[in-house]
Design a protein around this ligand. Sequence first.
Ligand SMILES: Nc1nc2c(ncn2[C@@H]2O[C@H](COP(=O)(O)OP(=O)(O)OP(=O)(O)O)[C@@H](O)[C@H]2O)c(=O)[nH]1
Ligand SMILES: C[C@H](OP(=O)(O)O)C(=O)O
Length: 206
Amino acid sequence: MRVAVPFGGRSPKSRLAPLFDADERREFALVMLRDVLDAIDRAGGDPVVLADTAVDVDVDVPVIVDDRPLTEVVNDELGGDEPVAIVMADLALATPEALTRLFETAGDVVAAPGLGGGTNALVVRTPSFTVDYHGASIADHRAIAADAGASFVEVDSMRLAVDVDEPTDLVEVLLHSQGRTRDWIEEHGVRLERGRGRVSVTRECR
Ligand SMILES: Nc1nc2c(ncn2[C@@H]2O[C@H](COP(=O)(O)OP(=O)(O)OP(=O)(O)O)[C@@H](O)[C@H]2O)c(=O)[nH]1
Ligand SMILES: C[C@H](OP(=O)(O)O)C(=O)O
């Protein structure tokens, strides 16, 4: 199955500014993209990157450069007869097993909800569905599918629910991931900070 991976490479991961400067955030976003492309490949998907700027992914994966807004770019992928998946580039915990389960779940539209209201991954098997990202997009996508008379099935997956947007999301990477992303944040001095409540992260050296 074709798996489109949207990638905003120009000024990514602004919510990680408390930890990383702009160059580091660009590098970090690329490292996550590499992990996600690997997981898709190992799940048997055919990835294509939809990037808002030219990007060197360092692997043999096609890159389409299109600087229109995310929703427009993704909607151009939809509407055909073949199923297509959309997997976000910041799913640092994604494993081939979690993605295989997503790809194999039956439904006109299959969605992996993200923390905080987003839609981290989709499989679309009907031309009647369109996306509308940002805000509580999982609720919007549920409504769009209902209006189109399409079934909407949500996959319950912690590995696909964590999109790395905010410093606290790095806790999940350090605790549950083995990939390049985890290595990168460790090399950049990010450590778990254990207190009385939820574990957080701190950066040792800058
Ligand atoms: N092609 C494309 N992909 C985008 C764009 N904006 C975000 N993305 C991708 O969409 C997914 C979700 O991105 P977000 O977490 O909302 O945005 P971000 O720019 O990575 O991070 P923030 O600056 O913290 O919002 C990631 O895979 C991004 O790389 C865009 O304008 N164009
Ligand atoms: C694109 C957006 O991502 P988030 O801002 O929730 O990470 C969404 O999933 O609607």
